[in-house]
Design a protein around this ligand. Structure first.
Ligand SMILES: Nc1ccn([C@@H]2O[C@H](COP(=O)(O)OP(=O)(O)OP(=O)(O)O)[C@@H](O)[C@H]2O)c(=O)n1
Ligand SMILES: C/C(=C\CO)CCC[C@H](C)CCC[C@H](C)CCCC(C)C
Length: 336
């Protein structure tokens, strides 16, 4: 208890020091706009359990020195022992978060496997819920990583290692009926090498390329996970009226995809804005987002699914159109 309090005050002191260095004047309101500070406010239990390392993270905000490439203007790169300690602290922190998210992903897929086994959920519905939730939950964990340049690469290890897992089981090197049942349509292990594998590849690309620097990543993931996922669930149940140009897809599925993709994207943008990553202005973003959601929905509805998987076409369309509508600020930092 005493250690935690001590660590927190030390962390707060580092934050004040960092704020003062960055802007000259530091106000508490400025602190609370920072993602790590937001995290502390929103998740006090998590923040206290992350204890000392987390407290040190207070000094690692997107606008603080550690996010700048070394040698970039603003603050000279030093080898001050304190800075080395802070960097080591955030590496430990990021490794810890990566491990927790990996574990979360594993438990999540297992949970749906067990619900399917106990016939609480049908296999198709269970697979779609895994499709809707896992990528989104993964992205919602991004704010818990530090602003170190290596954070995005560590985070990308989560979908990447799931990709390796899908390869191993999809190629039949190892057998795991539970995994196959939770993520395949018909229970054929080779299916893991298509939709699910593309899905985790898209997660890796969005994490490494856009990370929390641009709303593009989260919009692409919302359209792929929530939009495409709900189209299936609603379309199968209420999709009696088929689209004139595709008898496999329905108006109900496509309308649900547009609406749910749009609303979930908005929710995620608000969440990242609440965490302090980019501003959220409904008026400015609403129409653009609707245009992106419409384009993704149209592409998903085309009769091309046999040749091109929706897990590739939907995020790709979102990103291509989104690049024009939501310009990406270049903050890619080199690996240390
Ligand atoms: N716009 C849409 C999309 C899907 N569906 C319904 O959902 C089913 C599955 O669609 P789709 O996502 O294309 O399925 P798959 O390619 O089989 O599955 P996945 O993308 O998950 O691999 C369709 O047969 C259809 O009944 C729909 O009615 N309208
Ligand atoms: C069924 C799927 C796609 C078919 O269209 C989804 C496959 C999901 C992967 C096998 C598991 C992915 C795990 C995530 C990368 C991590 C989620 C972590 C979170 C905290 C639950």
């Amino acid at each position: 208890m005493a250690t935690t309090m001590g660590a927190k005050s030390l962390g707060a002191w580092f934050c004040l020091r960092s704020c003062a260095e960055d802007s000259g004047i530091c106000r508490i309101s400025e602190m609370s706009r920072r993602p790590s500070a937001r995290m502390m406010i929103a998740f006090p239990c998590l923040s206290s359990s992350l204890s000392f390392i987390s407290s040190l993270r207070l000094s690692h905000s997107p606008i603080s020195s550690s996010s700048r490439p070394r040698g970039a203007p603003g603050r000279p790169s030093t080898n001050h022992p304190l800075e080395v300690t802070l960097q080591a602290g955030s590496l430990q922190h990021d490794v810890g978060v990566t491990f927790l998210v990996l574990l979360g992903g594993y438990v999540w897929v297992k949970l749906f496997n067990s619900l399917t086994k106990r016939q609480v959920l049908g296999q198709k519905l269970s697979r779609k819920i895994v499709h809707i939730t896992s990528g989104l939950l993964f992205a919602l964990c991004w704010p818990f990583f530090s602003v170190s340049p290596w954070a995005r690469y560590l985070a990308a290890l989560v979908p990447a290692s799931n990709g390796v897992r899908l390869l191993v089981y999809g190629l039949g090197i190892l057998k795991d009926d539970g995994l196959v049942k939770s993520v395949s349509r018909e229970g054929d292990p080779r299916e893991l090498l298509r939709g699910p594998l593309y899905y985790v590849v898209v997660l890796v690309f969005c994490t490494v390329l856009f990370w929390r620097d641009s709303p593009l990543s989260i919009i692409a993931l919302a359209m792929m996970c929530a939009g495409d996922g709900i189209a299936d669930i609603v379309g199968r149940r209420f999709g009696s009226k088929k689209l004139p140009y595709n008898s496999d897809k329905s108006w109900a599925g496509s309308i649900a995809m547009f609406l749910f993709g749009f609303v979930v994207s908005l929710g995620c943008l608000w969440y990242f804005s609440f965490m302090g990553f980019y501003p959220f202005d409904l008026g400015a973003v609403g129409l653009k987002l609707a245009a992106v959601a419409l384009a993704a929905t149209l592409v998903e509805s085309l009769p091309i699914t046999n040749r091109l998987d929706d897990n590739l076409t939907v995020p790709l369309t979102t990103i291509i159109l989104g690049l024009f509508l939501f310009p990406v600020k270049s903050t890619m930092t080199p690996l240390p």
